[in-house]
Design a protein around this ligand. Sequence first.
Ligand code: CAA
Length: 248
Amino acid sequence: MNKRIALVTGGTGGIGTAICRYLHAQGVKVIAGYSHGGDNTHAIAWQKEQAKANYEFAIVYGDVSNFESCAAMVDEAQNKVGPIDILVNNAGITRDATLKKMLVNEWDSVLRINLDSVFNVTRQVINGMLERNFGRIINISSINGQKGQFGQANYSAAKAGMYGFTKALAQEVASKGITVNSVSPGYVATDMVKKVAPQVLEKIIAQIPVGRLAEPEEVARVVVFLASEDAGFITGANIAVNGGQHMY
Ligand code: CAA
């Protein structure tokens, strides 16, 4: 994987950081996408902190819910580093509420940021990958896209939508050396999961046969494998990383 170039959206977040680090460890040049409402303070601090630990990452701003912003983000990434070989669609948010209380903006923001984003970013890189006859696209979905989750009609719908996208695109580009797969983490020890009320989370952990939350690195290792040359015959697949919480 030496000298391959990867763009990881939501790269400065919990799972994103682990994915960036594991790709870097394989010799990949990594660009982390961030949004934070256009505020780059957090991303610059993150970049410096990573550099102290010997991880050199480029950072690019992009609002993944906006097509034009994604075009500018990918242009900047390719100008700074080079053509993107590996895309990890990892950016995502939660706005949990039962449907009877869910606000239109809670539905919209989750669908735009978690699902439209996959089109908005992938569309910018797909033609380059087709021209170069190589590409790895990895969509970070969720156990809750597979099984649904009380309080997450928006998130479960968006994450389930990623499977259809993954399988359709996988068929379109398979003959050109491009694979498209999804990874579905269960509950991972990140800030996103820590927002769930402790009494709710306790009940969820009780349903995980492995008996604990996942570490972000446990997801990152699967992403790195799917991104490698060795995984060329795996496409249109979904890999669950959920500690046995949902088996199918
Ligand atoms: N199943 C069935 N009933 C349930 C329930 C469940 N899991 N949870 C709550 N209820 C019941 C309550 O007992 C209560 O019943 P009564 O009205 O009869 O008393 C009722 O539902 C409460 O309904 P509300 O609309 O008032 O719900 P709430 O506001 O109390 O809670 C919520 C809503 C905050 C979204 C809460 O359901 C929740 O935290 N759900 C978990 C969401 C979750 O797992 N998020 C994961 C975030 S991390 C992530 O998403 C990463 C990833 O990919 C895994």
